[in-house]
Design a protein around this ligand. Structure first.
Ligand code: HEC
Length: 101
């Protein structure tokens, strides 16, 4: 094997290793989730987003974490339920949203 080939192989192996580790169970952040789940199609933050639902500015001062959790799982009004999300996703969402003061 030439020196060049082994450097190449080593690089490939390292890359494969880090990609695998990266794809592991890294908990998503609440910010990622509101993008991914499309919440901002209906809700807005600082004027950015949709207007079908209430703006989220100051949400954490208005609703308890429990009320936010309930709205995500069994929503009032014209909001779809997100009861199918993973428990860790729900937790990340509630933490993020209740931090919006
Ligand atoms: C199709 C539009 C729509 C989508 C998508 C949507 N919502 Fe809503 N949401 C609403 C509406 C409408 C309300 C108001 C419900 C009511 O009280 O009548 C609401 C209310 C809420 C409230 C309570 C807000 C308040 O001020 O009382 C929270 C919290 C909330 N949504 C979180 C979420 C989260 C988190 C997501 C994404 C996982 C999401 N929503 C996606 C339409 C939507």
């Amino acid at each position: 094997m030439t020196r060049q080939t082994s450097v190449l192989l080593l690089t490939a192996a390292l890359l494969a290793f880090f990609l695998t580790v990266g794809a592991g169970d890294v908990p998503p952040t609440g910010e990622d989730l509101v993008q991914r789940l499309g919440c901002l199609g209906c809700h807005s933050l600082q004027g950015q987003g949709g207007d079908k639902g209430p703006a989220w500015d100051g949400l954490g001062a208005r609703l308890t974490p429990e009320a936010i959790r309930r709205q995500i799982l069994t929503p009032r009004g014209r909001m779809p339920s997100f009861a199918q999300i993973k428990p860790q996703e729900l937790k990340a969402l509630v933490t993020y949203l209740s931090g919006l003061k």
